[in-house]
Design a binder for this molecule. Structure first.
Ligand code: PLP
Length: 398
């Protein structure tokens, strides 16, 4: 071969591609931005295209594999597939079931509004019958036996009213009729519930929230058996709704501290709920750890390490204008339509998480104009309580 020096143009393309002589392992994982891998051996490339190594990042990628290994371990799952957002994960679960016209799908009537609209849209397209039910209702398992659905999607703790369905009873009913049970366990995170151990087939996370924990990346995950994950993986390879390497890296970095953060979020939420429940300015406080919560007994059995990081309440005599005035009066907590941050995030539910539901759907779910949802942060819990109560007083002041 010629020893002729390469042109600077060629050198610019190829120099600095490999670290020579280093066997050091980075303590923080490297971020693999390359969409493509190349191999000295064609046999290795051939094997990589069969999934044995990383060759193209829509097929598989280093940082998403590392994140998936972490989430699968936390969920107690054989396998995990990551997605570009929590909604992409929910859509993937729906689409992987190969539902046929007239098949039935059950979902929460009182869950996240965007999930409701997504499933309405996907069901209408596939001519699938969609049955929204209050899954925390003790009669829900019976309804599943009657309906014989192909897919049941539940939320571990519903958004925004914090109802807690008995997943063990739902799983038993699903098993009897051959339905797949998929659980969106975003609110408790794997720290507060391991849905698969309670009988779910899929545990879904909007990893944008507690797993990431710092509001700097969108991500979604679906965990389950290798067999359940196989159709999701092949659809993802074709559909391309993959998570990018930097987002995967940020999400995994957040996950490293999930347990210490969640312990503090859970404790703060318990304190905030207890203190809010004493306020004469509030009509009702929703928190599964309160004895007054209708699902308190179930919550004790299906949640772990406490009762979650979320609290909701209704302001006495308030409507939307008072709710908005309350949000603007907050000094410590941030009025932001998300959850899972280190800082307390507060939301007017009817105009945010339930915005895309119809007024009738909101009424049937029990989501009223005076309902406020709080994602309890890591601040001193008394500072959070005082901030919320002062803002409530300001919101309802005439
Ligand atoms: N599931 C629940 C319970 C949520 O609250 C959200 C978002 O708020 C999602 C799913 C969607 O997640 P993402 O925003 O990552 O798409």
């Amino acid at each position: 071969m010629s020893q002729k020096p390469l042109s600077p143009k060629t050198v610019a393309v190829h120099a600095g591609s490999r670290l020579v002589g280093s066997t050091s392992q980075p303590l923080a994982p490297a971020i693999h931005m390359s969409t493509v891998g190349w191999f000295d051996s064609s046999d290795e490339l051939d094997g990589a295209l069969d999934g044995k190594d990383y060759v193209y990042s829509r097929i598989s990628a280093q940082n998403t594999s590392l994140l998936e290994e972490s989430v699968a371990a936390l969920e107690g799952a054989e396998a995990c597939a990551s997605y570009a957002s929590g909604m992409a994960a929910l859509r993937a679960v729906f689409e992987a079931q190969n539902l046929q016209a007239m098949d039935r799908v059950v979902m929460p009537a009182d869950g996240y509004g965007v999930t409701r609209v997504l499933f309405k849209t996907l069901s209408a397209r596939a001519r699938v019958e969609l049955h929204p039910l209050i899954l925390s209702d003790p009669e829900a398992p019976e309804r599943i036996l009657e309906l014989e659905p192909k897919l049941v999607v539940a939320e571990s703790i519903t958004n925004p009213l914090l109802s807690v369905p008995d997943l063990r009873a739902l799983a038993q009913a699903c098993k009897k009729v051959g339905a797949v049970l998929a659980v969106d366990a975003t609110f408790p995170s794997p720290y507060g519930q391991r849905a698969l151990a309670l009988g779910a087939d899929y545990a879904i996370q909007s990893a944008t929230k507690w797993i990431n924990g710092h509001s700097d990346a969108l991500a979604g995950t679906v965990s389950g058996s290798r067999e359940r994950l196989a159709p999701l993986r092949s659809l993802r390879l074709m559909g391309g709704d993959v998570l990018g390497p930097f987002e995967a890296w940020l999400t995994q970095r957040g996950l490293r501290t999930l347990h210490v953060r969640m312990k503090a979020h859970f404790e703060n939420a318990a304190h905030v709920a207890r203190r809010l429940a004493e306020s004469p300015l509030l009509e009702r406080v929703y928190y599964p750890g309160l004895n007054s919560h209708p699902n308190h007994t179930v919550a004790r059995e299906v949640l772990e390490n406490g009762f979650g990081p979320m609290v909701a309440f209704e302001i006495k005599g308030a409507g939307r204008p008072e709710g908005f005035r309350f949000l603007e009066a907050l000094k410590v907590a941030r009025p932001g339509p998300s959850l899972g941050d280190v800082c307390t995030l507060v939301m007017h539910a009817a105009s945010a998480s339930a915005r895309r539901m119809t007024p009738e759907e909101r009424a049937a779910a029990g989501i009223r104009e005076n309902l406020i949802r709080v994602s309890v942060g890591l601040e001193d819990p008394e500072d959070i309580v005082e901030d919320l109560l002062a803002a409530v007083a300001h919101g309802v002041k005439r």
